[in-house]
Design a protein around this ligand. Structure first.
Ligand code: ADP
Length: 564
């Protein structure tokens, strides 16, 4: 910057030297001095400043000879032409192949007073002539700058050795020491210094303490947040209900295990996926969209096509906040629906079973009251029917009560080692008369000694119901056998008959309440439709398995198996 200013000053001085010289020459020429003499004299004066002089006519013919010829470059000629038209011209030009710039100054002059002849005084001065001294200044300035720089580096090295060095070590240690105590020890050591570095170390030590406090506070908060999030996820994952949270773009932001199980969502689908990728039930997606758009809870009950499960969806919109969107809660209500259906079937079954005997009783009493009471034999017949139907009603109600007790687990059972033979003998005794009246042989075969773990009363009911059924569905000449055996899988009691049999496709249904294969005939035979339901529940209660095999026209076989 200094050399540039010096160069600008030198340029100005050079220009004014040239201009002053030209002014003086003009004055001498105007005063009528000989041009040759004036120019020669000034040439020698101006040589020291490297200024060259020419006096030419506007057509560039030299007026004064003896000096070097005027360069014929276009740049010079344009300076002269410009001076001819405006009396004065000054330009910085470059000549031919020369590497430096020249200051070209030209001005018109009328050599004698009243002379019409116009001449042009031209000067050419190399710019470098003005800058000669400056080069020295420049090199001196460069040397002093280098010197100053070196001194500066030395000073910096000195300062670095004294302050920056320890500061750097401190900074590196601070960054690298993971151990808080080591960092604090290092800062405490440096803070013993009685200089600025000591103060910095002191402040850093305070900051470090504050930072550690903040870190532990943040860590605590983070730990608490993570533990509440874990707790929430664990609770939600342990729910049977499915929970899916979505944002306003219907992207999944939370999904629990229950939702995966109920909706069959694979592990590949999760947070970040669109809801329609997880659940492909249009009604489900529509319900959630509606909850968001209508800003109110929506619900849907539907049956899954594959698992045939009854699901209920409640979509709850989340209207505001960072988690705006919706939460879908899905519940499996299949069991509830099954129980409802069972209850309905039971009520209609009971009503139906009660209706028939009550209708008969009512008809008999109506007939008796209508005059049949006077006819003793008819009255007896009707009263017997009333008695039979009352007995049937009583049996039905007793069966229902027993089934209810067994189903609800209220029936108290004494599971103990029971000698089956004794119970079988009781049952045979009880049904022998009925069997004889139907001309059906009722007998027992197999192991004479069989011990099972069961409740004696329950086992008697099971066998009575099975034998009762077998006798009811076996025609005259047939046989009903109770077979006792000890299998490798455990003791087994089989009640086999040579009766009418049960179609194979209905075998699964005969244990249902009020189910009868031949509805009217079974009812006629006095069955309540609850016998096998009671057998099934009692077997379950004593830990036995019941199974059935049957062939229409050949007979049936009910097998009760006990654990070994
Ligand atoms: P029920 O009181 O009508 O006999 P159950 O529950 O005991 O009712 O039996 C259900 C149905 O199963 C009967 O109505 C009958 O159609 C059929 N069933 C039961 N045992 C036999 C059997 N040994 N042979 C043929 N059918 C039977």
């Amino acid at each position: 910057m200094v050399t540039r200013r010096l160069e600008a000053g030198a340029d100005a001085r050079q220009q004014s030297t040239v201009e002053n010289a030209l002014e003086s020459i003009c004055e001498e020429l105007i005063a009528g001095k000989d041009a040759q003499t004036v120019i020669t004299a000034w040439r020698s004066v101006l040589t020291t400043d490297s200024v060259q002089l020419w006096l030419v006519t506007p057509d560039l013919t030299a007026v004064v000879s003896g000096g070097p010829p005027l360069p014929a470059e276009f740049t010079i000629r344009s300076v002269i032409r410009s001076a001819a038209s405006s009396d004065y011209s000054l330009r910085q030009i470059r000549l031919g192949d020369q590497k430096e710039d020249f200051l070209a100054v030209a001005r018109t002059v009328k050599p004698k007073p009243q002379s019409e002849r116009v001449l042009i005084l031209v000067s050419l001065t190399p710019k470098s002539a003005a800058h000669q001294g400056i080069a020295l200044v420049k090199s001196a300035a460069t040397r002093s700058a280098v010197f100053t720089w070196m001194i500066g580096i030395l000073c910096m090295a000195f300062v670095a050795a004294g302050i920056v060095g320890p500061l750097q070590t401190m900074s590196i240690n601070l960054h690298q020491s993971i151990d808080r105590n080591r960092r604090e020890d290092m800062l405490l050591t440096i803070s013993d210094r009685h200089d600025e570095l000591g103060e910095v170390a002191n402040s850093l030590h305070d900051l470090e303490e504050e930072r550690q406090d903040q870190i532990s506070r943040l860590q605590n908060t983070e730990r608490m947040a993570r533990s509440s999030a874990d707790l929430l996820t664990t609770v939600l994952d342990s729910m049977v209900e499915g929970v899916i949270a979505i944002d306003l773009d219907q992207r999944i932001v939370f999904l629990n295990t229950g939702a995966r199980n109920l909706l069959g969502i694979s592990e590949a689908i999760g947070v970040g996926h669109r809801l329609y990728e997880a659940v492909r039930v249009p009604a489900f997606l529509e319900t959630i969209s509606e909850a968001i758009s209508l800003r109110q809870n929506q619900s849907l009950e539907y049956r899954t096509s594959r698992e045939k499960a009854d699901l209920v969806l409640v979509a709850i919109p989340i209207l505001r906040g960072p988690h705006a969107g919706a939460v879908a809660v899905v519940r499996d209500i299949s069991e509830m629906r099954r129980l409802e259906a069972m209850r309905r079937d039971f009520v209609s079954g009971v009503s139906h079973e009660l209706k028939t005997p009550l209708t008969v009783i009512q008809a008999c009493t109506d007939t008796l009251l209508g005059g049949a009471l006077d006819d003793r034999s008819a009255a007896e017949r009707f009263l017997r029917q009333i008695d039979e139907q009352s007995e049937r009603l009583l049996q039905l109600i007793l069966s229902m009560l027993q089934l209810a007790r067994v189903e609800s687990g209220q029936q108290v059972l004494h599971i103990e080692e029971v000698e089956v033979r004794a119970i079988v003998d009781d049952v045979l005794r009880g049904f022998q008369t009925v069997a004889a009246s139907k001309s059906v042989s009722l007998l027992q075969t197999g192991a004479p000694e069989l011990i099972v773990r069961a409740d004696a009363q329950a086992l008697q009911t099971i066998l009575s119901n099975l034998v009762d059924n077998a006798l009811k569905h076996t025609n005259a000449g047939g046989t009903v056998v109770i077979e006792l055996s000890e299998q490798t899988t455990g003791p087994a009691i089989v009640v086999r008959d040579t009766g009418i049999g049960i179609p194979e496709e209905l075998l699964g249904r005969i244990f249902e309440r009020f189910y009868r294969v031949e509805k009217d005939r079974s009812r006629e035979r006095g069955g309540s439709g609850l016998g096998l339901a009671i057998v099934k529940h009692l077997c379950h209660a004593i830990g036995a398995e019941i199974s059935v095999k049957s062939e229409v026209g050949l007979g049936s076989e009910f097998r009760v198996e006990f654990r070994p």
